[in-house]
Design a protein around this ligand. Sequence first.
Ligand SMILES: *Cc1c(COP(=O)(O)O)cnc(C)c1O
Length: 402
Amino acid sequence: MTMPTADGFFGTYGGQFVPEPIKDILNELAEAFERYRNDPDFIKEYEYYQKQFTGRPNPLYFCANLTSRCGGAKIYLKREDLNHLGAHKVNNTIGQILLAKRMGKKKIIAETGAGQHGVATAATAALMGMECTIHMGAVDVERQKLNVFRMQMMGARVVPAESGQKTLKEAVDEALMSWVQDAQNTYYLLGSAVGPHPYPLMVREFQSIVGREAKAQILEAEGRLPDYCIACVGGGSNAMGLFSEFIPHKEVRLVGVEPAGRGLGYGEHAATLCLGEPGVMHGFNSYMLKDETGEPAEVYSISAGLDYPSVGPEHAHLKDLGRAEYVHASDKEALDAFFLLSRTEGIIPALESSHALAHALRIAPTLSADTIIIVNLSGRGDKDVDQIERMVESGEIVPPVL
Ligand SMILES: *Cc1c(COP(=O)(O)O)cnc(C)c1O
């Protein structure tokens, strides 16, 4: 049920909507992935770095304070925030960089929006002694200076994309162009469960360690599977990472939480699965938010990691099948969850993860005390503290009295 067709379709979603020369290099990549994904030496090396570099397994933490405060369901957090580099993204960059090495590639290229994927890529490229170039919109380079410095410190070259809107879309275009120019030596390391086949499958597989650990941990803690698994959805990689292990267990409800931003009007949110329609962009078919001409819509979220007008194709498929549900949480709800977790548990969550938590806080009080919820805490909030401080200073937000 969770394997795409040979040409990369999950139901009608996914595929490879790219020019022929790119198809050839994607198929070379798909073949390499199939060759190594079950190779014992490859798996051993992947697990070695997950343990020794990332610091896995990370805990499944029971939020006793938050649970008693909400009343109702038990809330557990899968602590991806405790990984080296502070988020789930490293799970994927380790897997892909080991694949790149096996394929004999010398150079890594990646694109990044907020910079989190760029940082994880730069770190794993440094670890493997590979040359690394990160394409980033010129506007994002300005907005995310600290992440740019982090990438440079680890030896990456950061190339600002100066065309168009100078954000993520242009960075993707430029990264793709430089990939095609030297595909022989270059590996394109994609950061979420999006893009043309085989990326959605590959990224899910490298992230599925999250769900495998969570399942073993909840069985040990509670002796049974959870009732809910909840994760935020930008491109959808941390959610697929948690969900995939639980998909065969029909009794586990899988809930993806999208950003409702400032509201559900055009340009105010990035709730793609909730409000979008099928469409092709960046080389794959999925749900998509469109403007009136059918082009990718403007999107917005308080969290830079969630504002993407498409979404991973497997999520689109799970939605149509009814196997997963997709809801949204606003900036305000995410901020409330951000402050509440910080205050009650001493854990500052990433603003992205705060969206998932917001939905858990919404439903927990309506559920019985023996209900179990797992929230994927995809990242830590240190990166967001500056932004929130500025918003508090300017009076744009008022921290809730807790
Ligand atoms: C990038 C990021 C996300 C969004 O990406 P997905 O592919 O949807 O997981 C979520 N949380 C954090 C902390 C991130 O850095």
